[in-house]
Design a protein around this ligand. Sequence first.
Ligand SMILES: [Zn+2]
Ligand SMILES: [Zn+2]
Length: 243
Amino acid sequence: MAERNPKWTRDELILALNLYFQANPLHTHSKNPKIRALSHFLNELPIHTKRPDKERFRNPNAVYMKLCSFLRLDPNYSGKGLSAGSKLDVEIWKEFASDRDRLARTAWAIRANSRGFASTSEALEEADEKEFPEGKILTKLHRLRETDQRVAKNKKQSVLQSEGALACEICDFDFHRAYGEIGYGFAECHDTTPLAYLRTGIRPKLSELVIVCPNCHCMLHKSQPRLGLSGLRKIVSSKRKSP
Ligand SMILES: [Zn+2]
Ligand SMILES: [Zn+2]
């Protein structure tokens, strides 16, 4: 028997859930042009390099089945007898089903930005980094934007000029203050643009970047659900106050 295809990722599930609200599986079938189109798109997505069962990989029937697996989570559906989907199906439903605008915007952004990644499929498959709720494609794009050398350099220069120092905007750690000369000019940038609004090829404005230390940056990326700057700031300051 052929090896099983990889599990559906966030990006794929976001696209599938978005389609679910346009093409209810109870009233359609796997030959629906929208389902075929999503199947085609998922086959082009540079997320999975390993597809042991190529024939069935995200084929129209697999896409249709995935739409069916959302039925059991839908309070408007009262039928029974559906097989359970994955834990991630449930997560995606909880995060996106009640906010269709965000779902549609995120799905759109994944589609619009996926082409730019055709040559970095392996990087997208790496699981070492915690991805944002919006999935791998948009997480990668977030990373590319904030690590763009030119933009980061401009941001740091402008902050140094106006503030005279590069302190983390969350915990106030300043590498120059802590380490002396070798720490001068060292800091990371975090892009605050909501991921569903990202577009390939558009560099972030300096006002969209914040200066962070690597620790706080890591926590911003790691938090699930995602913590914003103010959320993380609150945690840091409450920890400082407690003995
Ligand atoms: Zn910090
Ligand atoms: Zn970041």
